[in-house]
Design a protein around this ligand. Structure first.
Ligand code: KIV
Ligand code: NA
Length: 263
């Protein structure tokens, strides 16, 4: 049985942790979904961990479609979210066309786009068409040239803005929200306030679920992995075993621990 949005909503209501992981190709998508990961994210992080770029900015919509197709050939049962890459969502019209390609050609179940106020109208338009949307607030890798890789929402003004944007995304029809590198207390507040599942990365343990970049949790990221991540291979005998540990540690609220928070 494939994971549906209604199953994810039920898990959220029952306060069961939702486990999410990125994947970029068919074999990893197979093993990630076989491990019981409920949500696979075809993240534009592939620009860095697969393509070797310094940021996610060079990733094209064609490449996102291609990787989503590969993932969906290997994916057994997970809900599949595909990222709208940098500059593929600059207007409502362009966002609709881009989302249509990720769904029709790529086979994605949901699309994710970065930002708050900037994307609200596009979120409403997608939602009205029946396209499930995931928001993404906090650290926004597509805006790294402007803001850098920094924890967001540290002072009370930016915290309040994050809360407002999270509520506005939900009100505009977003069905899920990723919070990246937000202080744990703020992530908890937003998770408690919203009715939709909040998936955290580097945002503490009090969100509805967790996501990591696959290459980070397998210890194969070249150079530095983020401090909030964890190399699950160190306690495992195989990739399949590492994926199983990740699933069980998120479910049991062992990961993330206090050492896996950057805020
Ligand atoms: O591209 C990606 O992998 C992401 C996650 C870090 C949430 O957007
Ligand atoms: Na992304």
């Amino acid at each position: 049985m494939s994971v549906t949005l209604s199953k994810l909503k039920k898990m959220h209501q029952a306060k069961q942790k939702i486990v999410c992981l990125t994947a970029y190709d068919a074999s990893f998508a197979h093993w990630v979904s076989a491990a019981g990961v409920e949500v696979i994210l075809v993240g534009d992080s592939l620009g860095m961990v697969v393509q070797g770029h310094a940021t996610t900015l060079p990733v094209t919509l064609d490449e996102m479609v291609y990787h989503t197709q590969m993932v969906q050939r290997g994916n057994e049962q997970a809900w599949c979210i595909a990222d709208l890459p940098f500059m593929s969502d600059t207007t409502i019209e362009q966002t609709m066309q881009s989302a249509a390609r990720l769904m029709k050609e790529g086979g994605a179940n949901m699309v994710k786009l970065e930002g708050g106020v900037r994307v609200l109208q596009s979120v409403s338009a997608l939602s009205a068409l029946g396209i499930p949307v995931c928001g993404h607030l906090g650290l926004l890798p597509q805006s790294v040239e402007k803001y850098g890789y920094k924890v967001q929402g540290k002072d009370s003004v930016s915290a309040k803005q994050l809360v407002n944007e999270a509520v506005a995304l939900q009100d505009s029809g977003a069905e899920m929200l990723v919070l990246e590198c937000v202080p744990a207390e703020l992530a908890r507040e937003i998770t408690d306030l919203l009715n939709i599942p909040v998936i955290g990365i580097g945002s503490g343990k009090n969100t509805s679920g967790q996501v990591l970049v696959l290459n980070d949790m397998l210890g194969i990221t070249v150079g530095k992995s983020p401090k909030f991540s964890k190399n699950f291979m160190l306690q495992s005998t195989s990739i399949q075993d590492a994926l199983a540990h990740y699933v069980s540690e998120v479910k049991a609220e062992i990961f993330p621990s206090d050492t896996h928070v950057i805020a």
